[in-house]
Write a protein that binds this ligand. Structure first.
Ligand code: XIL
Length: 329
């Protein structure tokens, strides 16, 4: 049900957004928009290995501490992103030479980072992007230092450690590019399901699956594929979250008033397939305003017009995408 507030259709719903440190520090409009529309936030960075562990000995908690303070001051919760990811690894981790060193580091990292926010970060992307871009088999796992040194057992190790450190936390496996039509995306869904089934069969603590939802405006959504995937996850007892929603609009027609509708429609197709009759646990967008988004860094338009991937425009005016999210929640 959409909220009554016209200018904030999302206020009070299970909606949240990723926050970026510079606007959070210096732009009052950004802080106000997050506080007004969101019930939860997540750092676009801050908890990633290269942010929090520039060296082996050092933990830098400044950014996540600020996110936590902002969330608490505004009655919101903070999600944790992320503990096990092939990406955003500081260079020094390349020197992890043995299985025992890898195990010690991973376990210690989770104890220290999760431990600091125990009882306060209630939902964690423990595992991020475990599946290769283009898997060749169902058992394909993306290369990482953890996979290299510990094999697939590192996922169970991370999840068991996480459950021990904070037994109340929701432990999530988060993945991208599982929603489009085509063989590659079907293979990605199958590989992810294989991994999830395997973890559940062995009673490894895992409570949710996160669909990042970086939707490509020009790719068709595989509605049946997505609905079957989320149905199977729910049948295994998992919550389904949308964790990083935005619509990548570099290949969509130029006029903003047209593009905003196509962006919203794409998100509706996706979200409607994700829920498939059951509520979505929560929906977070990767940023809140078109003014601050990672999209142009990787998917800049060639016509010189700004990207418009998010629920509020650069002047913080509500867009059709915000209404779609409100409707689905
Ligand atoms: C991106 C951030 O938005 C950028 O600011 C950063 O430089 C790189 O990472 N999937 C993820 C996120 O899980 O962590 C990524 O965030 C976007 C894709």
């Amino acid at each position: 049900p959409a909220a009554a507030d016209e200018a904030s259709p999302l206020a009070g719903l299970r909606y949240g957004a990723a926050v970026r440190d510079v606007p959070l520090a210096v732009e009052p409009e950004f802080r106000a928009a997050i506080a007004r529309h969101c019930r939860q936030i997540v750092g676009e960075g801050g908890l990633k290995w290269y942010d929090i562990r520039p060296t082996r000995e050092q933990f830098v908690f400044d950014a996540p501490d600020k996110h936590m303070a902002f969330a608490t001051a505004n009655g919101m919760t903070l999600r944790g992103h992320t503990l096990v990811w092939y990406g955003a690894m500081p260079d020094w981790t390349k020197a992890i030479a043995s299985a025992s060193d890898a195990e010690r580091l991973l376990v210690g990292h989770i104890e220290t980072v999760m431990g600091r926010y125990r009882g306060r970060i209630k939902s964690w992307d423990v595992i991020n992007e475990a599946i290769p871009d283009d898997p060749t088999s169902r058992s394909d796992i993306r290369p990482s230092i953890w996979q290299q040194r510990l094999g697939e057992a590192h996922f169970a190790l991370a999840l068991r450690t996480a459950a021990r450190v904070d037994p109340e936390a929701q432990l999530v496996i988060n993945e991208y590019d599982i929603e489009f039509v085509g063989d590659r995306y079907r293979r990605r869904r199958e590989a992810l399901l294989r991994l999830i089934r395997d973890l559940k069969l062995r009673n490894v603590p895992l409570h949710g699956v996160g669909l990042q939802g970086h939707l490509r405006g020009d790719l068709a959504i595989d509605r049946e594929g997505v609905a079957a995937f989320t149905a199977e996850c729910r049948a295994m007892g998992l919550a389904v979250l949308v964790t990083e929603l935005d619509v990548i609009d570099d290949k969509l027609p130029g006029p903003p008033e047209v593009r905003d509708i196509l962006v919203a429609a794409k998100a509706y197709e996706f979200l409607d397939a994700v829920r498939a009759g059951s509520p979505i646990d929560s929906i977070l967008t990767w940023g809140i305003t078109d003014r601050h988004t990672w999209v142009p860094t990787y998917f800049k338009r060639t016509d010189g017009l700004p990207n418009r991937p998010l629920p509020f425009d650069a002047a913080y005016r509500v867009k059709p995408l915000a209404r779609v999210i409100a409707h689905v929640l």
